[in-house]
Ligand binder design. Structure first.
Ligand code: GDP
Length: 373
């Protein structure tokens, strides 16, 4: 191929005389999709007071901005966010927090849309949040996307927020948890936290919700095989989706298998044996049965004190998780530590130093620059 042709401005190799056939015409500049003469209105900088007042009034625009503040990595935003959270805390805590998990395709978004409308039919306000670890990699969060929940997206009493995308799973989970506090202060009395049932994110969600719902599908008869025991143990209720059309029998069979499997587990600390209910999110079948099950659970744990106890345990968990996160950040964000770490990694990779000695060197360096504990 002739390089000269390639270099020749808008020319294409196909335009060379040796190609007798088609030629490529020069493209035209596309007009910008946004009017360039339109001045962007600068958002007024809100004070902590503005945020708190707006949130307590239930102003969704301010709530949305406050969540953005929580998600920001800028230290000044972080400290402001913490103040806002602190002041919202006395107004928080009065919601039912429900975690919803299931593998991709299980029907989470379809179901959340329908469950959400069902809950809103009883009054109150619903917030839908998400924890999506894959969004760390793709930098775009999938869960909680408004377009996947068509009915809720346009409902005046629903607030949908996609998963925070930056940082570690611990960081993402903390932000979602802090968002719950703001939503509750804004009067949302039901909070859904959605997650993909594929890894550690369920543990994070489990640690912030009062009820953990596992969405399953009827498979080929060995559905229990692929499910991690840990996730089943976390579930407070299991629902088998897509129990419609000619799938009803299989869904019922799967439900029976799950019930049998659950009987082999020890009694959960809630004192409530998880129920298993087949339903159809798409055809809106048995939605009231699913919700009756959840109501029964809340009635039982209100009565036996587990609701409060679980929240206290979660507080303790989050205190520890926050300490963990900040210690790690303090360590890994120190540029001198990072440089030494990199150097030591090379030493270890080349077998010039043992991993234990290298770790000790890095830690000693860290303790020396930050003060020994
Ligand atoms: P997600 O990935 O878990 O959020 O799953 P979606 O809600 O996007 O659903 C995945 C696919 O399953 C979509 O094509 C839905 O239309 C379909 N689906 C969801 N719920 C049902 C149901 O109850 N019955 C049937 N037959 N299909 C469903």
């Amino acid at each position: 191929m002739d390089n000269e042709i390639l270099k020749g401005g808008g020319n294409h190799p196909e335009n060379d005389a040796q190609y007798a056939g088609l030629t490529v015409n020069a493209g035209i500049e596309q007009p910008p999709s946004i009017n360039p003469y339109l001045k962007r209105r600068k958002r007024r900088q809100l004070s902590v007071n503005d945020y708190v007042e707006g949130i307590l009034k239930g102003d969704t625009a301010v709530l949305g901005q406050a969540v953005t503040l929580i998600e920001s990595v800028a230290p000044e935003h972080q400290s402001m966010a913490q103040e806002v959270i602190e002041r919202c805390l006395p107004h928080a805590g009065r919601s039912r927090r429900i975690g919803i998990t299931g593998v991709p395709g299980a029907g989470k978004s379809t179901s959340i849309d329908v469950f959400g409308i069902h809950v809103l039919g009883r009054g109150g306000k619903l917030a839908v949040l998400a924890i999506d670890p894959s969004s760390e990699r793709s930098k775009g969060s999938i869960l909680g996307d408004k377009t996947r929940m068509e009915k809720l997206a346009v409902h005046p009493r629903a607030f949908i927020r996609p998963s925070p995308s930056a940082g570690s799973l611990g960081g993402v989970a903390r932000k979602t948890r802090e968002t719950i506090v703001l939503c509750e202060a804004a009067g949302y009395d039901t909070v859904f936290v959605e997650t993909v049932g594929v890894g550690q994110s369920e543990t994070a969600v489990h640690s912030m919700v009062d009820y953990f719902l596992l969405i399953q599908l009827a498979g080929t008869g060995d559905e229990l095989q692929g499910i991690k025991r840990g996730i089943m143990e976390m579930a407070d209720g299991i629902v088998i989706n897509k129990a419609d059309g000619d799938n009803v029998d299989r869904a019922n069979l799967a439900a029976a298998q799950f019930r049998n499997a659950l009987h082999l587990f020890p009694m959960p600390p809630s004192g409530v044996v998880p129920e298993v209910i087949p339903y159809s999110g798409y055809y809106e079948l048995n939605i009231d049965k699913v919700w009756d099950m959840i109501d029964r659970y809340f009635a039982a744990v209100d009565e036996n004190g587990y609701f409060e106890q679980r929240r206290r345990w979660q507080e303790r968990y989050w205190m520890r998780a926050t300490i963990d996160e900040q210690l790690r950040a303090h360590f890994y964000n120190n540029p001198d530590v990072a440089a030494l770490l990199e150097q030591k990694e090379r030493e270890v990779m080349h077998a010039r130093q043992s991993s234990f000695n290298a770790a000790a060197d890095v830690l000693n360096f860290y303790f020396n620059v930050t003060g020994r504990p």
